[in-house]
Design a protein around this ligand. Structure first.
Ligand SMILES: C[S@@+](CC[C@H](N)C(=O)[O-])C[C@H]1O[C@@H](n2cnc3c(N)ncnc32)[C@H](O)[C@@H]1O
Length: 231
C-alpha cells in the first residue's frame, strides 16, 4: 500500500517512489524479515531515515559478491542498512559502523541482537565520522558504505578510498542529493557536495562507478584489483 503523503516515511523525505512506477515495483519486490521490519519501525520513531528495502537488498547483494569480511558504515541509524550488509557478509565478517547519536546506536544494537547477530560481528563506534575514520587502517576494508550527512560526502569519499582494499567496493547512499544532482539550476550546498563526491569518484581511474536509481540514489564503485591480486 502506498505511504500517505503526511505519514512518517521510513526512508526519508521525498524518497517514496510514484505508485505504479518501476521504482515502486522494485521496492515492492523485496520482502523484509521480522527483524528488519522492527528495525525500520524503530528508525521511523527516532527519525533515522533508513535505506529503502530495494537499496538494502542491493547492499546485501553487492556485499555478498565481493565476499566481504570487513565493512565500514558511516551513519548507523537504527541498524536497517547494517542488517542488510551483515546479511551479505561472510559469517565471520565484522561490520564497523559509525554514528555520533547514542540513541541511534542503542536502537541498532537492539536490532542486531534481535536478528541473532553475534556481538563479535559488530563494532559500533559512537562519534563523528570525520573524527573516527582517520583512526581506521589503510587498505583494510572490503566495502565502505557512506550514509551520513550529504554535505560531508566529499571528505568521506576521500577517507573511504584510503580504507578500501584493491578489489573493494565503495557504496554511497543519497548520492543524488534526493535527485537534485541532475538539475543544473540546483546549487545548494548539499547538491554541490554530492556533485563534488561524484567528481572525486569519476576522476579516480582505479574506480568503476555506476549510479543505481533506487531509494535516494545509490552510487556503487568497484576499485580495480591491483595486478598482484589478479591470479
Ligand atoms: C540516513 S541516516 C542512516 C540510516 C542507516 N544507514 C540505515 O539505512 O539504517 C544518517 C545517520 O547519520 C548519522 N550522522 C549524522 N552526522 C554524522 C557524522 N558526522 N558522522 C557519522 N554519522 C553521522 C545520523 O545520526 C544518522 O543516524
Amino acid at each position: 500500500m502506498p505511504t500517505p503523503p503526511d505519514a512518517p516515511s521510513a526512508t526519508g523525505p521525498g524518497s517514496a517512489p510514484d505508485p505504479g512506477s518501476l521504482a515502486a515495483y522494485a521496492e515492492s519486490a523485496i520482502a523484509e524479515d521480522a527483524a528488519l521490519v522492527a528495525a525500520r519501525e524503530r528508525a521511523v520513531e527516532i527519525g533515522a531515515h533508513a535505506v529503502s528495502p530495494a537499496v538494502g537488498a542491493t547492499l546485501c547483494l553487492l556485499t555478498r559478491l565481493v565476499d566481504a569480511r570487513a565493512v565500514v558504515e558511516i551513519g548507523t541509524g537504527a541498524g536497517v542498512s547494517g542488517l542488510w550488509l551483515l546479511g551479505g557478509m561472510r559469517a565471520d565478517g565484522v561490520l564497523t559502523t559509525i554514528d555520533p547519536d547514542s540513541e541511534h546506536h542503542r536502537a541498532a544494537r537492539a536490532a542486531f541482537t534481535a536478528a541473532g547477530i553475534a556481538g563479535s560481528r559488530t563494532r559500533l563506534i559512537t562519534g563523528r565520522a570525520a573524527d573516527v575514520l582517520p583512526r581506521l587502517a589503510d587498505d583494510s576494508y572490503d566495502v565502505v558504505f557512506v550514509d551520513g550527512p550529504v554535505i560531508d560526502q566529499p571528505r568521506y569519499i576521500t577517507e573511504a578510498l584510503r580504507l578500501l582494499r584493491s578489489g573493494g567496493l565503495l557504496l554511497v547512499h543519497d548520492a543524488t542529493a534526493d535527485g537534485r544532482i541532475a538539475d543544473p539550476s540546483r546549487t545548494d550546498p548539499e547538491t554541490t557536495a554530492a556533485r563534488q563526491a561524484a567528481l572525486l569518484i569519476s576522476e579516480d581511474d582505479s574506480l568503476l562507478p555506476v549510479v543505481i536509481p533506487l531509494g535516494r540514489g545509490l552510487l556503487a564503485a568497484a576499485r580495480t584489483a591491483a595486478p598482484a591480486d589478479e591470479v
